[in-house]
Design a protein around this ligand. Structure first.
Ligand SMILES: Cc1cc2nc3c(=O)[nH]c(=O)nc-3n(C[C@H](O)[C@H](O)[C@H](O)COP(=O)(O)O)c2cc1C
Length: 156
């Protein structure tokens, strides 16, 4: 399967997870690419009017994994802007994950993943999995668990 892992990351955490997913999915025989969603003006918190530099094209992938940080209890604005401008995800298998710093449930993870799911469903995707990684001492176990789960979802 041709899989795109499309991530936005400002301090590297989400990219680190993407790399682990890449290793797992490549090892099981998929053709996997990581694509970064980058902001014009640099990947840092910005105000309104965010523009995306070279938005990754999802058309060539059979399946996609979208990943992003939680910002201000929501999906990071750059990822929201990017995902909303994706033309179509019709019948593509999609999984979404976020990374975040605060462990409490009300600090944006569920909301951010829900936003990602909503956008993907609107564009015709078939959602197969979601994940939330809290960037604390237990993160390695959580990442390993999610990588295993997503590995099963995208098993050839
Ligand atoms: C502007 C900003 C807002 C953030 N807001 C939240 C938040 O609401 N909830 C949370 O759990 N973490 C929040 N964080 C922490 C990030 O989600 C967390 O560090 C994430 O893993 C960063 O991913 P990255 O390294 O891929 O950019 C925020 C970070 C920044 C820079």
């Amino acid at each position: 399967m041709k899989i795109g892992i499309v991530v936005h990351s400002q301090t590297g955490n989400t990219c680190e997870v993407a790399q682990k997913l890449w290793e797992k999915l490549s090892a099981s025989g998929n053709e996997v690419e990581i694509q970064r969603v980058k902001m014009m003006g640099g990947d840092k918190p910005q105000g309104k009017d965010i523009k995306i530099e070279n938005p990754p094209d999802v058309g060539k992938y059979d399946a996609l994994i979208f990943g992003a940080p939680v910002h201000a209890f929501s999906l990071a604005p750059a990822m929201k802007v990017y995902m909303e401008q994706v033309a179509s995800l019709q019948d593509k298998k999609v999984a979404c994950f976020v990374t975040k710093a605060m462990r409490f449930n009300w600090t944006g993870g569920t909301r951010a993943v829900g936003q990602m799911k909503g956008i993907c469903l609107n564009k015709g995707a078939v959602i197969s999995g979601t994940g939330i990684v809290v960037w604390n001492k237990q993160r390695d176990e959580k990442i390993a668990e999610m990588v295993e789960e997503f590995g099963r979802l995208f098993d050839l």
